[in-house]
Design a protein around this ligand. Structure first.
Ligand SMILES: C[S@@+](CC[C@H](N)C(=O)[O-])C[C@H]1O[C@@H](n2cnc3c(N)ncnc32)[C@H](O)[C@@H]1O
Length: 287
């Protein structure tokens, strides 16, 4: 072990064989597909060098030996290092304009609603959903809305459930929304904002891997958000995940994907409505 100085990414070689081991494990654990090319090679080196440094390993091979027989938390750390968590409030806003209209129409006929945000990253997406619910529905209607937010990455889930954001991380919100839904914590210095308790309490966070064999929930959902994660999966995984998501929806329930992800989604349970919005066709009994 070398404790004398930090090794730079360029000083440690990542062989093709070791690259394949890391990429294979990431595929097996998270479904994330990292075929060998210069972009992915740079990504793996760049992200894992930090883990190497933290443990003071001198080579990727040394880290691999530690990782392959490592505990769940060692594997979790590896997943956290290699997932891409980019997100923002009101990202791909047409979905939230759609959501506001849907919420009004839904509560004209029904009295409860279940929403699942299935790749929630650091929380901006489920809190955006909660803001739409808060701004659109009455207090008594809101009491019957359940928002479940999940992600495979425990680090981002922790950040999401704590609800602290820097100035950069709250872009997408209006001044009024910041005042209404956030406490500004340090009045001097770098601003830090925290989601107010009443909004935080509207979202329940839990770890969930979209690669799970079965999606077991007590009841199906009216809306599932699964945005900007399928792009990291291969075609086979996308097909399987979409099938399981469609089975997690109520009849007439909606699946929302990222704007760039909806190109070749073909699933007999789903019909395409508008940009990256799909609707469940038949009840589960009929399939
Ligand atoms: C780019 S972010 C997208 C966040 C948000 N949905 C959005 O559109 O802004 C992708 C998220 O998918 C998560 N992810 C990757 N593989 C996953 C899996 N197998 N199961 C659940 N979440 C996964 C990552 O941890 C990451 O937080």
């Amino acid at each position: 072990m070398n404790t004398a100085r930090k090794l730079s990414q360029d000083e440690i070689e990542l062989s093709k064989e070791t690259y394949a081991l890391f990429a294979g494990l990431m595929y097996q654990l998270a479904g994330v597909n990292l075929p060998l090319n210069s972009k992915n090679e740079a990504l793996i080196k760049n992200r894992l060098i930090r883990v190497l440094r933290a443990y003071q390993f001198e080579s990727y091979e040394e880290y691999w030996k530690y990782l392959k027989n490592g505990s769940d938390s060692v594997k979790q750390e590896f997943i956290s290092a290699l997932t891409t968590n980019m997100t923002s409030f009101f990202r791909e806003n047409s979905h939230f304009e759609w959501l506001r209209k849907y919420l009004k129409a839904h509560f004209e006929k029904l009295y409860s609603l279940r929403i699942w945000c299935s790749a929630s990253s650091t929380g901006q997406e489920p809190y955006t959903i909660a803001i739409c619910v808060y701004e659109t529905l009455t207090e008594s209607q809101r009491a019957h809305v359940k928002i479940l937010a999940s992600d495979i990455d425990l680090e981002v889930l922790k950040k999401a459930s704590l609800g602290y954001y820097t100035e950069n991380e709250i872009t997408g919100l209006t001044k009024e929304q910041i005042l209404k839904f956030f406490d500004r914590l340090n009045q001097q210095g770098e601003p830090l904002y925290r989601v107010k308790d009443f909004l935080r309490n509207m979202v329940q966070f839990s770890q969930f891997n979209l690669m799970s064999e079965k999606y077991e929930f007590k009841r199906p959902f009216d809306i599932v958000f699964c945005r900007n994660v399928l792009i990291y999966f291969d075609e086979k995984t996308v097909k399987e995940v979409i099938e399981k998501l469609s089975q997690s929806l109520n009849k007439d329930g909606f699946l929302l994907l990222g704007h760039s992800e909806s190109g070749n989604i073909k699933n007999e349970n789903l019909k395409a409505l508008s940009k990256a919005i799909y609707q469940r066709k038949e009840s589960h009994e009929k399939n």
